[in-house]
Design a binder for this molecule. Structure first.
Ligand code: AMP
Length: 134
C-alpha cells in the first residue's frame, strides 16, 4: 500500500505544493514549525530511512532540497533555512526545510504557530514562484 506521501505526490491527497520535478516533490508541512516549513520527498522511492536510499535518489533528493531551500529563502523572510531528517512519523523518506529566525525554530517539541489555509496557500504560491523563477 502506498504511503501517505506517495499519495500526496500522486495528487490523491491534497497538499500545498511548493516545487516538483520528475523524481521529487516538495510541499508545505501540515503542522509547520514556521511559515514556509517544507517537506521534500522522492516520488518513486518510499524507503523510510534516508541513509538506505540508492545513491542516485539520495544525491538527487539533496540537490532538489537545495534548490527548494533557495526558493524558500527568497520568498520567506528568514536568516537561513534549517534542515532536519526525522522520519519518526511517516515511513517515506523526507527532508524538513524550516525557515529560521533562531535555532529555537527547529525545536520539534515547541508549540507550533497556526496558519489558515489561505495563509498556507499564499506561502506555497510565493515559494513556488521563487522556485519557478530560479
Ligand atoms: P517525521 O516523520 O517525524 O519527520 O514527521 C512527519 C512530518 O510530516 C510532520 O512534521 C507532519 O506534520 C508532516 N505531515 C504528516 N502528514 C502530512 C500531510 N498530509 N501533509 C503535510 N505534512 C504532513
Amino acid at each position: 500500500m502506498a504511503t501517505i506521501f506517495t499519495r500526496i505526490a500522486n495528487g490523491e491527497i491534497p497538499s500545498y505544493k511548493v516545487a516538483e520535478n520528475d523524481d521529487f516533490y516538495a510541499f508545505l508541512d501540515i503542522n509547520p514549525l514556521a511559515q514556509g516549513h517544507t517537506l521534500v520527498i522522492p516520488k518513486h522511492v518510499e524507503d523510510d530511512y534516508i541513509f538506505h536510499l540508492d545513491p542516485e535518489t539520495y544525491r538527487g533528493l539533496w540537490d532538489f532540497a537545495g534548490e527548494v531551500a533557495q526558493a524558500i529563502r527568497k520568498a520567506i523572510p528568514c536568516k537561513r533555512v534549517g534542515v532536519a531528517v526525522l522520519g519518526m512519523e511517516v515511513p517515506h523518506t523526507h527532508i524538513h526545510l524550516v525557515p529560521l529566525q533562531s535555532e529555537g525554530d527547529l525545536d520539534f517539541r515547541k508549540q507550533r504557530p497556526q496558519f489558515t489555509p489561505e495563509q498556507q496557500a499564499q506561502t506555497a504560491a510565493a515559494i513556488r514562484k521563487a522556485y519557478e523563477e530560479r
